[in-house]
Design a protein around this ligand. Structure first.
Ligand SMILES: C=C(O[C@@H]1C=C(C(=O)O)C=C[C@H]1O)C(=O)O
Length: 410
């Protein structure tokens, strides 16, 4: 293809709510996504697939190459971003079988909200198509029928086995997870999830991506990496305490087990970005991040980029020991054996701009919905002095954002 083959039309518009836009875009069901940043200053909607890059392996190089080829075919500067993610591991999670291991979308219609102003970008659409993409649709609220733990006993055994392995010095930390299943009376609509989710001003990202037969949703507080001009930002978020008891935040800041977990993550992240950057800024001690249900230990890290882009830096970081463990390989092998494959749970997901800036998050506090059934994911860092029952409680708290989104809890 030659330059100018991809036709992009852009228009600006007044603010409209993302839930209403999703309702109006019912005809693109199965090909829609939504991404809102943590301070809610910016959001992105994608409707329809103009181009889809779906690879069986996790390859930032292939995505960079193919995005570049697409960009070369556009004439004018534009706001289109490539949106998607890389699965957590190389294995095949049956739950996520309709998604690629590298799964990226160039949308037919992109709606970008910055400072309450909307920019519509239409790819290869006629004037008539641009005028007529909206339709009127009804969205129903599903009723919860059952909530069940999927692998509670297995999780407790996995934590106990991991503790033994760490006492025998096989590795220092591993992040283990479990699942809950929520069954509803009818299938769930993304517009309903977005509407509910936006009523909650949780300090977290909001990501939703549809496949033909599924919806993946995350309300993660965790950024993997952001690249803007030559500035890189990332953070370590590891170490958790449920809110709701006296002095929980102060206790967390002094808790030896959580500080050890956190320190492992900070050291690994700084080592991983070192080859790409200079002028790294790493605070000496963590701060508290406050979410609706938990406090986390949090260390923001910044640096100046010398080489690489947001895609290959994401790959170098993933999985940080906040989701995998340390040393990375030994922890990954343990997870693979104990749990199997994670699909997009804990995976790097986000967007890349035409200037190769962008942001990837760590897709935790997440679930995959197929028709009327949602599978929710929650995990926690396990170290040598972990107690299986306490880790079970921690994961219980981490299910709450998704349980609340579905209306299981208020
Ligand atoms: C693994 C999850 O969370 C991660 C583990 C944390 C911990 O162990 O303290 C804290 C934040 C996240 O990095 C999850 O929410 O599923």
């Amino acid at each position: 293809m030659s330059k100018g083959n991809i036709q992009i039309t852009e228009q600006t518009g007044a603010y409209e709510s993302p839930a209403e836009l999703f309702k109006a875009a019912a005809r693109y069901k199965g090909e829609r996504y939504f991404y809102m940043n943590k301070d809610k200053s910016e959001w992105l909607i994608g409707l329809g697939h103009a181009y889809m890059i779906k690879e069986k392996s996790r390859s930032p190089e292939r995505i960079t190459e193919q995005f570049q080829t697409l960009l070369e075919q556009t004439k004018e500067p534009h706001h289109i971003r490539l949106f998607g993610g890389f699965q957590f591991d190389a294995g095949n999670s049956p739950l996520f079988d309709e998604f690629g291991h590298s799964h990226f979308i160039w949308p037919k219609i992109q709606i970008l909200c910055q400072n309450n102003q909307l920019t519509y970008s239409y790819t290869d659409m006629t004037e008539e198509e641009i005028l007529n993409w909206r339709s009127v649709s009804e969205v129903k609220a599903p009723v919860i029928q059952s909530v069940s733990n999927q692998n509670e006993e297995q999780f407790l055994r996995n934590v106990a086995t991991a503790v033994e392995a760490m006492k025998a010095d096989q590795f220092d930390k591993v992040v283990l997870s479990r699942q809950k299943k929520v069954v509803m009376n009818e299938s769930v609509d993304s517009a309903w999830l977005i509407e509910r989710g936006l009523k909650n001003d949780e300090y977290s990202y909001f990501l939703l991506m549809e496949g033909q037969n599924s919806i993946f949703v995350s309300r993660t507080p965790e950024q993997l990496v952001k690249v803007k001009a030559d500035q890189l930002s990332t953070n370590a978020i590891a170490g958790t305490m449920a809110r709701g008891f006296n002095h929980a935040a102060q206790k967390l800041l002094r808790d030896a087990k959580n500080l050890v977990e956190h320190d492992i993550v900070v050291k690994s992240i700084t080592a991983d970005i070192e080859p790409f950057t200079t002028c790294m800024n790493v605070p000496d001690s963590p701060k508290i991040m406050t979410n609706q249900f938990v406090y986390h230990l949090y260390t923001p890290i910044t640096a100046k980029i010398e080489k690489g882009n947001v895609l290959n830096i994401s790959q170098a970081l993933h999985p940080t020991p906040a989701l995998g463990g340390f040393p990375k390989q030994a922890a990954a092998a343990f997870i693979e054996q104990a749990e199997g494959d994670r699909g997009f749970y804990g995976a790097p997901m986000g967007y890349v701009t035409a200037e190769f800036e962008g942001e990837f998050i760590v897709a935790i506090r997440s679930m995959l919905i197929k028709e009327n059934t949602a599978v929710l994911f929650a995990g926690c860092g396990v170290v040598a002095d972990s107690i299986p029952e306490s880790e079970l409680d921690e994961t219980e708290t981490k299910f709450k954002p998704m349980l609340q989104l579905l209306g299981v809890t208020e």
